[in-house]
Design a protein around this ligand. Sequence first.
Ligand code: UD2
Ligand code: MN
Length: 385
Amino acid sequence: MVTFQSKWRYMFMFLGIQLVVMALLSREGYQKRVNYFIRIFRKANTTAASSRNHTAAGVIGGDVYANLSHLPRTPSHGDGMPYCPKISPLIGGPIHVNFPSGLSLAEVERKNPLVVRGGRYRPPDCEARHRTAIIIPHRHREHHLKFLLYYLHPFLQRQQLNYGIYIIHQAGNYTFNRAKLMNVGFREAMKEEDWDCLFFHDVDLIPEDDRNTYVCDSNPKHSAIAMDKFGYKLPYKMYFGGVSALTPLHYLKMNGFPNNYWGWGGEDDDIGVRVSLGGMYISRPSVKVGRYKMIKHKLDKGNDVNPKRFNMLAKTRQSWKSDGMNTAEYEIISRQYMPLYTNITVNIGTEEGLHPRPPASPARKPTAKVPAQVKQKESSLTKDS
Ligand code: UD2
Ligand code: MN
């Protein structure tokens, strides 16, 4: 009888402990705690193993949407709201990044109920300390854009930022020009709001740790310091590609970005050189947090390697003051306020200018004379977006 009673006692105690553990796990933020324990465990493991293994093996991350579900659905924006804390309590560290098939923009919208028209967001329960615009140069990468939006929105919300996402879409099929699109993005975003930091962001780079805050430093910041494609290491000291962050003052000090790099390559190094020509340094987060996964892809049609890039790079010191923000010519074709981003479609022209003459065909029949303005209008109408 006595043994039977103590058996029941142990059984109840066991069930009780299980209930407590389950209650703890199902509370908000359980993922963070589980990750915390996993990290302690992994740390012990990796100290024993080589440090090379640590960077190569990567870190187990959590769900980027965890920590956000308790935010009030009805924002109380207004006077008297307290400032958000200096370090956001919603930050969770490493993020698990994968690319689920069948993801739709509608699903991304559903998961981000507090994002408003044009891809704007403000924390609902406190006054943000920072206003950050994300500028994304883009053409024919809708598939990558969907994944970036899926990860970037919650990532920025966890950092309690007041933010907006701008897609700068190059119209037409002429050779791509990443740096010139950034100049367009800078000017057009600043027209809309007094942003205090601009993040220039490749569409295919997914941040893997939200301690990599999208806030500016006192010097231009290169955020994508550790990418999977470079073995989570900086490829070379002056590297400035992928994701970088500048204040409007930094941007103006270096006369923005070059407009004359058509095609792949070189423009990121030119921008890096401009930082020092503008009297500034490159700042970086630690390799532990500045981690990114690049969605694998081939070189795009319309973005061939630029064979002039090395010659151009050798002349940055002479060209930076006469080629940059002060000489960026373009015309906006449309501005659309989409649910998850603002889309700006722009004609940035070609090496020959904004409205280049169509190449003369050798065997041309005599036709009635067409006024030059009409020709120009027609050539811009043929550009697709
Ligand atoms: C590297 C750099 C990138 C840039 C480029 C040279 C990394 C992670 N990034 O990228 O910052 O310096 O070399 O130009 O090393 N894009 C389009 N449509 C196109 C072509 C490009 O949207 O047809 C945009 C898109 O945002 C893309 C970015 O331009 O992420 C850079 O082009 P890329 O991804 O083809 O070049 P990649 O990965 O070698
Ligand atoms: Mn890429």
